[in-house]
Design a binder for this molecule. Sequence first.
Ligand SMILES: O=C(COP(=O)(O)O)[C@H](O)[C@H](O)COP(=O)(O)O
Length: 361
Amino acid sequence: MADAEPSVVPAVESTADDIAAMRIRGAATIADAAAAALATQADQSEAENAPAFRRQLRAAARTLYETRPTAVSLPNALRYVLRGMDGDTVADLRSTTIASAESFQRNLAQAQDKLGDVGANRLRDGDTVMTHCHSTDALACVEAALESGKHLEAIVKETRPRKQGHITARQLRQWGVPVTLIVDNAARRYLDDADHVLVGADSIAADGSVINKIGTSGLAVNARERGVPVMVAAQTIKLHPDTLTGHSVEIEMRDETEILTDVERGAITGNDHDRAEERREDERPPETITAEDGETDVRSPETDAAFETGTELAVENPAFDVTPPRYVDAIVTEHGQFPPESIVTLMRELFGEMIDEPWEA
Ligand SMILES: O=C(COP(=O)(O)O)[C@H](O)[C@H](O)COP(=O)(O)O
């Protein structure tokens, strides 16, 4: 019989729920919360021996890992913390894990400050930046520029469906930056008023592709056409080590309810209760159909498809997209700025070729 999954403390479960439901969101914030949750697991573990403690920490890491697939900062955070877990006794394992989580969180904050200074150097006094979504790394560049006395203005894309642009707008206004909020579809029109497009990243692939909030790639293509440089602010925990060995980055598909309420869906389909799973079984064709000539036919994919016609509405809600490196001017990290095509050098230096998944051990 397989061993039962070790229990994780409630704080880990609730952090995982918050990440999945986007109450905790944004790649850096997710990484920070995941490290803190592992520290809490270590602190509150009642494991009786070292192997049991390790199993619990791995189970906690798996619980966090399975929340959202695209921001690589999450597995990078889990890897970092678990690698620091060291010792032969529960007491040693506890203290090293907590220290490792704290060190990860410190590095995260320092890296953001450093990249902010680098990004700020690209911004001139009087510039206008156009933003998409809400990125703490991108905002760190604005904050550093403001602190050095530059005056900036911002055009903030709303970022449907979750409207993270509103968080960006609120933060910028608190810093005294004049903000123009626009709907996503107005971006091309307002690019003529922008000196930079400034976005963050959830993952950066070895070829320099930038994976960020859905809508980033269209914005970058339009910016290139208008001659507006695109700056991606991303500390190195956003570099996706698996892409060094040919893996691609999974794009999260989120629930259609972020786009359509049941009432809106009903208005489109003419059916008040048109959630696919709620369709009444008695409306479906029977398993067997008796034709007029008395022949009996088994329900087939074709008859099912015919039933669907006219009633089914497909709704797709990808949370992220991929911007090819040719549309990105610079990736700004805590190690300086890089043309996207050369980011692979930094990835090799930081991660090497082989990547483990310590939560699977
Ligand atoms: O795409 C998003 C957030 O998506 P979501 O709202 O779906 O999590 C952000 O641009 C990046 O995560 C970078 O953020 P940061 O710079 O704060 O890490």
